[in-house]
Design a protein around this ligand. Sequence first.
Ligand SMILES: NC(=O)c1ccc[n+]([C@@H]2O[C@H](COP(=O)([O-])OP(=O)(O)OC[C@H]3O[C@@H](n4cnc5c(N)ncnc54)[C@H](OP(=O)(O)O)[C@@H]3O)[C@@H](O)[C@H]2O)c1
Length: 317
Amino acid sequence: MKNDIKKNHSKIVKIGIIGTGILGNAVGLHLLRSGYELTVYNRTKEKTNKLKINGAKVVNSPKNVAENSELVIIIVKDANAVKKVSFGKNGIVDGRHPGLTVADMSTINPMESKKISKIFLKYKIIKLDIPVMGGPNVAINGELLLMGSGNKERFDKFKNIFNKIANKVFFVGGNGTAHLIKLSMNIQITMLALALSEGITLVKSAKIDPRIFLDILNSTYFKTGMSENKAYKMIQDNFEVTFTLKNLKKDISTITDTAKLFKINLPMIEKAKSVYSNAINKGFGDIDYTGILAYIEKINKIQLKITKNNYKNKFIT
Ligand SMILES: NC(=O)c1ccc[n+]([C@@H]2O[C@H](COP(=O)([O-])OP(=O)(O)OC[C@H]3O[C@@H](n4cnc5c(N)ncnc54)[C@H](OP(=O)(O)O)[C@@H]3O)[C@@H](O)[C@H]2O)c1
């Protein structure tokens, strides 16, 4: 019965995705597997191939996506990219029709988010903010956390789709609010990756097996999802990309820009910005953000991988 309702709904709502990078691909595949009709566009067309094989209609512009969709989800890099696909040549607004709704999942500056919503309104289009927590590995199963803001009535209209994309959905207020909270979430991600990396580096420098450090950390109040999961990949030098280090640095810059706009001082994120920037300058930008460990190990000339014998700790006599 529940599935029938979803099936019927999927016939009604045509969804579009603009931006099929790491996150857009996973969200798109999940929607296709859930029975939705999907139209997609990406600036680099090859990145739509997997979605096409799985049944998505691939078109040549954001305008074409809008023409084919009732709900257009934008999942691109930053506010400039959102403006480009929305208001640039053959942008979303050129494909407008009554009933078109836009929802922006990109992580962007909240003040830009507000401005973009206002421009959309001039074209009589409602733009919702739907930034998410979680990467492609959970997006593929519809297990993201979604923060919504903007027009509540319109948000509720598409809520069953947001519930399909995410297993935790929050509505938090007017346009810009969700993006501001999302940036505050990314402060946590930034600091957790750094704190784990520095802890791992310190124990490795004393030739103590970092697994021991993680096992003890995970037996305390200070454990996190990151320390319980990704950290074990980090100590194996497994930085398989789910969210690039350069995209996290993009978010850190957005956080510091936003802090300036709000006239507040966030000293640790300023420091983190220079660490992540240096990592990018040394060539670590395209690996996973947890690869900040590899950079910290590099500056400390630590390259010990876990083998049976190389963790004879310095304190054993
Ligand atoms: N990956 C995650 O775990 C995750 C989680 C939460 C939020 N996010 C956010 O979601 C967004 C996408 O992240 P991602 O991981 O999918 O990044 P990604 O793999 O680097 O993809 C970025 C996407 O943005 C497009 N793009 C960039 N600049 C553009 C421009 N000027 N005009 C048009 N398109 C442009 C790219 O097109 P091309 O392919 O042509 O370069 C690509 O489709 C970002 O805002 C990110 O912060 C990501």
